[in-house]
Design a protein around this ligand. Structure first.
Ligand SMILES: Nc1ncnc2c1ncn2[C@@H]1O[C@H](COP(=O)(O)OP(=O)(O)OP(=O)(O)O)[C@@H](O)[C@H]1O
Ligand SMILES: O=C(O)[C@H](O)[C@@H](O)[C@H](O)[C@H](O)CO
Length: 226
């Protein structure tokens, strides 16, 4: 049952500040959360069966950057899990989107309100014990730490991080195809700056240049739902 797919086409209209209760709608909502959410926590390094509640699809090492497949994998994973998918791109202040559109890389200060907004969204879901999938580049450790600080569950292990790391050649190939379509604000010229900002995460589940279906299958296997 597909309920909604509400995603504005013009991303420049997205939010201009941090609001903890007024978030963009999920990119997709497929099933009521009550049918799917799990109740037990996990660590991101210990993806045991049926345990994690939140998957933070993010970017690491040589991937997770623009074009690494966060939205593609995140959407498909949420569909499999029957939960909401939120694309971090939809949470940028308008000024960030404009900066990227002009080919200028974001810095730590630019990313702070964006990450805080995403952290608040994640905390809201953790507090309600609702399953969700979030796509977020989260290139640096400090960014991931900020997102992970949203986990206020007693065990503090509600978030699983999945890092997408295709090769640079594969990233360039994907971004070239996407640029030709002309429907994304992020220019391929920012790839090097994205890769330069990436820091690895020992706790993440990593994937290289593999197909979306294989990534999903392996996540579901790790989670114990396939
Ligand atoms: N595993 C994959 N194998 C092959 N192509 C893929 C894979 N994942 C995504 N793609 C393709 O790569 C392009 C970029 O994917 P996607 O938009 O999901 O990346 P992203 O990380 O969300 O990028 P951004 O952060 O810039 O929005 C799309 O054209 C998508 O179809
Ligand atoms: O931190 C950043 O530099 C940004 O979040 C980017 O990663 C973009 O949001 C995304 O890649 C759009 O394509």
């Amino acid at each position: 049952m597909e309920l909604t797919a509400t995603r504005p086409q013009d991303r420049s209209s997205y939010g201009s500040g941090i609001r903890t209760l007024d978030f963009p709608k999920p990119a997709k909502v497929l099933l009521p959360h009550s049918q799917v959410h799990t109740t037990q926590p996990v660590t991101s390094s210990n993806l045991e069966p049926s345990r994690f509640r939140i998957c933070c699809i993010e970017a690491q090492a040589t991937s997770g950057v623009s074009g690494s497949g966060k939205s593609t994998v995140g959407t498909a994973l949420a569909a499999e899990l029957g939960c909401s998918f939120f694309d971090g791109d939809d949470f940028h202040p308008a000024a960030n989107v404009e900066k990227m559109r002009q080919g200028l890389p974001l810095n730590d200060t630019d990313r702070q309100p964006w990450l805080q907004r995403l952290a608040a969204l994640m905390q809201q879901h953790i507090d309600r014990k609702e399953l969700m999938v979030v796509a977020c580049s989260a290139l640096k450790k400090t960014y991931r730490d900020l997102l992970l600080s949203s986990d206020t569950s007693p065990e503090r292990h509600a978030i699983a991080v999945i890092a997408l790391q295709p090769s640079k050649e594969e990233l360039e190939r994907r971004l070239m195809i996407r640029s030709a379509g002309g429907n994304h604000y992020m220019p391929a010229s920012l790839l090097d700056s994205q890769l330069a900002d990436q820091e690895s995460d020992p706790d993440a589940m990593y994937f290289g240049s593999v197909s979306k279906d294989e990534i999903i299958q392996r996540i579901l296997q790790a989670r114990g739902t396939r």
